[in-house]
Design a protein around this ligand. Structure first.
Ligand SMILES: *Cc1c(COP(=O)(O)O)cnc(C)c1O
Length: 389
């Protein structure tokens, strides 16, 4: 019914009550009381296929409203929410893979996923290996038992792009699932499912929540990929509380406005950084000198608050660490996507095992928040003085 509207309008309308309150009331719930035995039996028979109220862990009005908005956001078939982004990734890997299978993981992957593979997948007898962040060696890396290509596009820390429609073709030819971590794009800037992926994962902790006050992960799939995810999610007891679902749904309403502002501020800060002799390169796919710029232009509708600085040769990690300690506005902390500016050192030679970062400069990742960009520039300017030994 909402097909006639543009994505921004549809996102504001999705997951809302059909009449009455603007927002879906928060339903904190475990037990659902049935009318009678017939309804109880009937619900239990149908709940695998249909979305019904039957028990808190399987969904409440609050989580169903969030799921509807997520499906609208990512353009998929159905959605599920998880306590963290990492939990969503863990369920995705375990839902589609079994002992004896092999999964190809991007070398640009969010770091904790590497540990999950090494510590957990290996215990389940699932083999994994890493491919180049731009996907250039994927065709050569596929094995007879490869059942999933796991991508992250743009990649963590330096935002490598890959040709996702081409990777989707390759995956289909080899009967592999294509799962994409879409935290960077958050469904507004990038839509993996529309580009051919089967599964899109998002750390809603970042831009969907948007206020650094909630943890959540989301997964949206196409129709083909839905059943294994639904099964694994129920079997692993994965769900989210109604209050958290409400917070993410509330964050979603202002996400287009926030992202537009993050983009404007980040591009202003990037422009200033590019004029500095300490900076070899500002890494952001929206900038024409980024290696993934052409793909970004083709597949993304904008950029966000993330920028990484590659420093000039001669500036060492220890110098960058002094700069971090000198910041007054940029906080040193994990995660991003809240309203505030953050930084974190990116030790790239350790963060990549296939891509070669030797000979490149030290890297600092910035999240440009909603503060006035001129204040952020002044903070960067004063903190850069600490780079000098
Ligand atoms: C933060 C992040 C995650 C994990 O999200 P959490 O909610 O912190 O577990 C996953 N993928 C990417 C790309 C992230 O940046």
């Amino acid at each position: 019914m909402d097909e006639q509207y543009k994505p921004g309008t549809r996102l504001l309308r999705a997951g809302r009550p059909h009449r009455g309150w603007v927002n879906t009331p928060v339903t904190r719930a475990s037990t659902f009381i049935y009318e009678n035995v017939q309804q109880w039996r009937d619900t239990r028979a149908r709940r695998e296929k249909e979305r019904l109220l039957s028990y808190g862990a399987r969904g409440t009005d609050s989580t169903h409203a969030l799921e509807d908005a997520l499906v609208e956001l990512e353009g998929g078939y159905r959605a599920k929410a998880y306590p963290t982004g990492q939990a969503a990734i863990a369920v995705v890997l375990l839902a589609y893979l079994k002992s004896g299978d092999h999964v190809l993981i991007t070398d640009a992957v969010y770091e904790p996923v590497r540990r999950f593979c090494a510590e957990q997948l290996s215990r389940w007898g699932i083999a994994f290996s890493y491919y180049q962040p731009d996907g250039s060696d994927l065709a050569d890396q596929i094995r007879p038992n490869t059942r999933m290509i796991y991508a992250e596009c743009p990649g963590s820390l330096v935002y490598e792009m890959m040709d996702l429609p081409a990777v989707a073709d390759l995956a289909r030819r080899h009967d592999c699932w294509l799962a994409v971590d879409n935290t960077w794009g958050s469904g507004l800037l990038y839509r993996p499912l529309a580009l051919g992926a089967d599964i899109s994962v998002c750390a809603a902790t970042k831009y969907l929540g948007g206020h650094a006050d909630v943890m959540m992960g989301t997964v949206v799939t196409n129709e083909r990929a839905w059943a294994p995810l639904e099964r694994a999610t129920v079997d692993m007891g994965q769900t989210v509380g109604a209050d958290d679902a409400y917070l993410v749904l509330r964050g979603l309403r202002s996400m287009p406005a926030r992202l537009a502002m993050h983009e404007r501020h980040a591009l202003r800060v990037a422009e200033w950084l590019q004029s500095r002799p300490e900076v070899a390169r500002v890494l952001c796919p929206a900038l024409p000198d980024h290696p993934g710029h052409a793909l970004w232009e083709r597949d993304c509708t904008g950029t966000n608050g993330l920028l990484s600085i590659e420093f000039a040769r001669g500036i060492q990690d220890a110098d960058v660490e002094r700069m971090i300690d000198a910041f007054r506005l940029f906080g040193l902390g994990a995660s991003w996507g809240g309203f505030e500016s953050l930084c974190v050192p990116a030790y790239m030679t350790r963060a990549r095992t296939v891509a070669d970062w030797s000979g490149r400069g030290a890297v600092l990742r910035l999240h440009i928040g909603l503060e006035d960009p001129e204040d952020l520039i002044a903070d960067l300017d004063q903190a850069m003085a600490a780079l000098k030994r």
